[in-house]
Ligand binder design. Sequence first.
Ligand code: ZN
Ligand code: ZN
Length: 377
Amino acid sequence: MTDTETAVQPFTADDYAARMRRAAEQATAAGLDGLVVMPGPELVWLTGYRPTAITERLTALVLRPGHDPVLVVPALEQPDAEGAPGAAAVELEAWTDGQDPFARAGTLLGATATMGISDSAWAMHLLGLQAAVPGSRYRSLTDSLPMLRAVKDDAELARLQSAAAAADATYEQVVGLRFAGRKETDVAADLARLLREHGHEQVDFTVVGSGPNGANPHHEAGDRTIETGDAIVLDFGGLKHGYGSDTSRTVSVGDPSAQLREVHEVVRAAQQAGVEAVRPGVACQDVDRAARRVITEAGYGERFIHRTGHGIGTTTHEPPYMIEGEEQPLVEGMCFSVEPGVYLPGVLGVRIEDIVTVTADGGRRLNVTDRALHVVE
Ligand code: ZN
Ligand code: ZN
């Protein structure tokens, strides 16, 4: 772990300033007059500021090309905002209870501005801005700039690599523990503990889908006692240094059935085909198609019931999505999951997932644990 640890340096105010400049340029290219960014993943990415609580009091970053970025914050949260790593790159404008924050934020927009606004903005905040600047218009930031955070720089890649290494170490240790006779929630607790031991500051999900529960991709972990002969979908991740991990492996408790062996081999081949399809210029949907083709040809097409992958960064689900209809070409530095699965209702599920980054030579996996069907006790 120490090798990747030393590669992770804190982001500087200059890093955040560069991101905000790039975002303003992209807004112009998308036909917008600027961006209004509310608390959420984009605000964290652009400024490093993560308000401790998201409340009815208005917090908004206003980015306009040719203007300095301004962060409008409630006065009582000003000290927190000043402590954010990107604070030196923004002008802070504090407002106190009793003042009209929308009128203040409104003066930062043009009278007829068309702004991109965070998808996570509260309706009351958007409505407040609209009332303060009646000529202003708003578009979804994700729809307008879907690839804003998609291409990772070297410092971001180092964080994603570190998070993936921690998830891999977690998997290597969890398969050495006992499964049979314990509850899914016990194994989920082990996964969460190990992710934290390997440096995660946040655990987002610890899926333990045993036997028939594995056939429900949304199953997290429940009271079911794991039995010999079960297939178990393990899918876990969280944040380390602010960047996400997300990996899945399917293990067999005791000797696998012929059915599990067969389905696992189909999913493994599909995952391999998906990763091999990755290279700059290829459309996202072609990664989905490459993985799906293998499963369809094996006769399980109807049982692969979700997209092949999602982007990952400061959030564990973000663009680009590896899904039919997504024609966005892959660009060097993008990071996303490749995670085909087959789900047989009432019987079992199998999913295999790695985070993959696009390099000039093709896809490179950040998760590197063995993808063969592992037998646990
Ligand atoms: Zn996952
Ligand atoms: Zn995933």
